[in-house]
Design a protein around this ligand. Structure first.
Ligand code: ASP
Length: 423
């Protein structure tokens, strides 16, 4: 068994042990001596998340700048951009349509002819959620485009704002390609070394993943348990079923047909990153692992990796897009509202935009649903319905988000003529 293979088994084991530990010691339980297991879970999980976040900014900067500066002088940068963007939009739309189909067939918002909202007495949304949602709308999306240009790149880096940082790094890399030979070499050398150093540190963080993931899973299970989910089972099944169809049928088909690559081998290579996405519920936090697996596992060049993945982690979210659509449709059904064709088209379009606008952090997709609800005129209180089950769905949709980015990376690498991908 190779080291990487054994890592994904270790992560899987840690994940299961974490669920077990969370069920045995729910939040509030104490051990003899007064020790709270929950605080141990929290400590381990938080430490791991912090370590992952620690590497993101320098890793991103090193990767994008060296990637762009290294290839910018050659032709084909624009082509790479269009392919990447094409992949994002096509796969996200496919995901949304799978969700739309399933939610129309299963109709989870109405059980035995009674809308779920009535059964559950549609409680008030908690005040902190209401505060988050205040003033959100389609105009938000315009704001996101505007904020892509940072007014202060150092502040963007310090606050971990990914899109403005990516934008600045791309411009910086492009500028390097225009320098005189000696200056260009110096700059490129520096950013390439920074990138190599950050990949080394990332490797060390990844080695601690089993412990961190144990903590994160135990913490989630200890907090939510299993009870709150019963009336939402059908809705959960709809989201999970659609995610499953998209990730195990459509994306692998694209990898096979467009990339002419074996999807099962790709899945094996990506397993540690997918399991990390599942337990961290954050595609951004998983990014260092995704990049490591794509470059060192699948053998994709830095040029493609540094374009497709950092951008993908923030704007390509198939799982989130699908979820946005199903959740909005479910809320409509739960209120006893049947959305017509045009409203459903509106749901599809806003779900796509909302997934682009959602940050790669836990529960970002939940907040973005408000954009769709507003667009089709549904009350925001409907969000209260889906809160209880959201952490589980967030885990699965985040894994699908990362899976789609990684499929995009190998397919695009192949269409760029890279022949040793997944060999
Ligand atoms: N947690 C997701 C992610 O990081 C975003 C979402 O909430 O849908 O990819």
């Amino acid at each position: 068994m190779t080291r990487k293979n054994s890592l994904h088994w270790q992560i899987l084991l840690a994940l299961l042990l974490g669920v077990g530990a969370g069920l045995i010691w729910p939040r509030g339980a104490t051990l003899p001596g007064g020790l709270e297991p929950y605080s141990v879970f929290d400590f381990l999980g938080t430490l791991f998340l912090r370590a992952l976040k620690m590497v993101i900014v320098p890793l991103l900067a090193g990767s994008i700048i060296s990637g762009v500066a290294g290839v910018g002088a050659q032709r084909g940068l624009g082509r790479l951009f269009s392919k990447t963007f094409g992949w994002y939009v096509t796969t996200s739309l496919m995901a949304i349509l799978v969700g739309l189909l399933l939610v129309n067939i299963i109709h989870p918002g109405v059980i035995d002819g009674v809308p779920v909202g009535e059964r559950m007495g549609l409680g008030e949304a908690p005040p902190e959620l209401a505060a988050k949602l205040e003033g959100r709308g389609v105009g938000d999306i315009v704001g996101i485009v505007q904020r892509m240009v940072p007014d202060n790149p150092v502040a963007a880096a310090a606050e971990g704002q990914m899109l403005p940082l990516i934008f600045f790094c791309v411009i910086f890399g492009l500028a390097i390609t225009t320098l005189s030979e000696e200056r260009r070499k110096n700059q490129l050398g520096f950013w390439e070394s920074l990138f190599a150093t950050m990949m080394k540190i990332t490797g060390w963080v990844i080695a601690t993943a089993p412990v961190g993931i144990f903590g994160l899973m135990a913490k989630t299970t200890a907090t939510s348990g299993f009870e709150a989910f019963a009336p939402l089972a059908l809705y959960g099944v709809t989201v999970l079923g659609a995610l499953l169809i998209h990730s195990t049928i459509f994306l692998p088909l694209l990898v096979r047909i467009v990339g002419n690559l074996p999807p099962h081998r790709h899945a094996r290579v990506m397993a540690p990153a997918l399991l990390t996405a599942f337990s961290t519920r954050s595609s951004s936090a998983t990014l260092p692992l995704t990049m490591d697996r794509i470059e060192n596992g699948a053998g994709v060049s830095n040029r493609v990796t540094s374009f497709v993945l950092p951008l993908g982690a923030t704007i390509n979210m198939d799982g989130t897009a699908l979820y946005e659509c199903v959740a909005a449709m479910f809320i409509a059904q739960a209120y006893g509202v049947e959305l017509g064709f045009m409203s459903q088209v509106l749901v599809v379009m806003t779900a796509l935009l909302a997934s682009i606008g959602a940050a790669g952090i836990p529960a970002a997709g939940l907040v973005m649903i408000s954009v769709i609800l507003q667009a089709v005129g549904l009350p925001l209180e409907g969000l209260a319905l889906i809160l209880a089950i959201d952490p589980i769905l967030d885990m699965c949709r985040t894994a699908v988000n990362v899976w789609s980015d990684s499929c995009g990376a190998v397919v695009i690498a192949r269409t760029e003529g890279e022949s040793d991908v997944l060999t």
